[in-house]
Design a protein around this ligand. Sequence first.
Ligand SMILES: *Cc1c(COP(=O)(O)O)cnc(C)c1O
Length: 441
Amino acid sequence: MSAAGVEGWNFATRQVHAGVEPEGTHHPRATPVYLTAGFVFDDFDQASARFAGTDDGHAYTRVSNPTHAALERRIAALEGGSGATFLGSGQAAVSTALLALAATGDHIVAASSLYEGSRELLRENFARLGIDVTFVARTRDLEAWEAAITPRTKALFAETIPNPKNDLLDIAGVADIAHRAGVPLVVDNTLASPYLLRPIEHGADIVVHSASKFLSGHGTVLGGLVVDGGSFEWARDPARYPHLAVERGIDGRTLLERAGQGAYLEYVRTLAMRFGPAASPLNAFLILQGIETLSLRVQRQSDSALALARWLERQPEVESVDYSGLDSSPHRDLARRYLPRGQGSVFGFTVRGGRPAAEATVNSLELFTRMTHLGDVRSLVLHPGSTTHVLRTEDDRLASGIDPGLLRLSIGVEDPEDLIRDLAQALAVGRAAMVQAAGTR
Ligand SMILES: *Cc1c(COP(=O)(O)O)cnc(C)c1O
């Protein structure tokens, strides 16, 4: 079934059927894993045609592979995009998606609440390549986005659900500003997954995913995806994207003339082919299998997260909870607008007593796994101040709301009662540590 053929089906049906193409002589029901480096050319002419791109068969797995293609069609169908590219990791997806837009001398405007890996990539590595980045701290301030854009700006970049503070993005608002400036909005939709939120429906142009999280769902493999919404007008200001709209290939045509609306994704594929952040077909298979239960897992995880966030908010050991599903959240209005099915399952909460209380709480948890990952079927806990955000200065951490007592949870599919019981006993140990620390001061 092609991506186009599933348009009439609802999400839970598409997650099982989209992208599947019964191939070969045996007609397997599951998507086969084409674990092969290369593909046979029938004859001399076919080899030449594959290289010329006039025959759409596969040649070499770094460039394309049928298992990857099935995953690409499925995620495009779920996000409502025109196509997608599968890469080796979420970081590969972020870096490739942005490098396909910006080069030396160019500029990107990004939310400062990014995943730390992406933030460091932009702040340090893109800077070394001569790509400047302006970070917008107050992402709800649409004028701040607008004011940061320059004639050299090639992309706006943000996450739909940032963690650990859940300071949601006003996708439509920022997309409007991007489009008025003639620039695409690129969003990382990892934490929402297309089940909870489809950013292209709200005006985003390009969506990236770490498929290592909710899409795979079981914490077993890495993968990344770049999805093109297919409607950004690259030809409106050709000089802004010369590699797509001005420079001519050996056939005398621009990429836009050759690939039409597929030009951006075609360029992403070229970068992936040349820089080489290739994925494994086995990982594509495991991610396809994970996606088949996406709506079931994410609904359950999101419902449990809301129950836990509400419970945590009532505990005397807890100072605050950053979950956009709570009435106390300053982002509740955006959650109502963009996340009506559920507000996700990764959030932060701050224990009273700072680092000693946080440390004792983390060390006492028995069911939660201490691990730096998220979107797993198992519940996970992390202390951002001493792990993900350790490269920031203390002032910078505090300015971003990363208090020494802040803990990040990723809620799995376990029974929420058991998770609450585990948190209750760990918070009691944390409280004892706080009392003891106060006594010795
Ligand atoms: C994990 C993550 C990434 C990076 O993905 P990897 O697959 O680990 O490379 C990027 N963005 C977000 C929001 C993430 O959570």
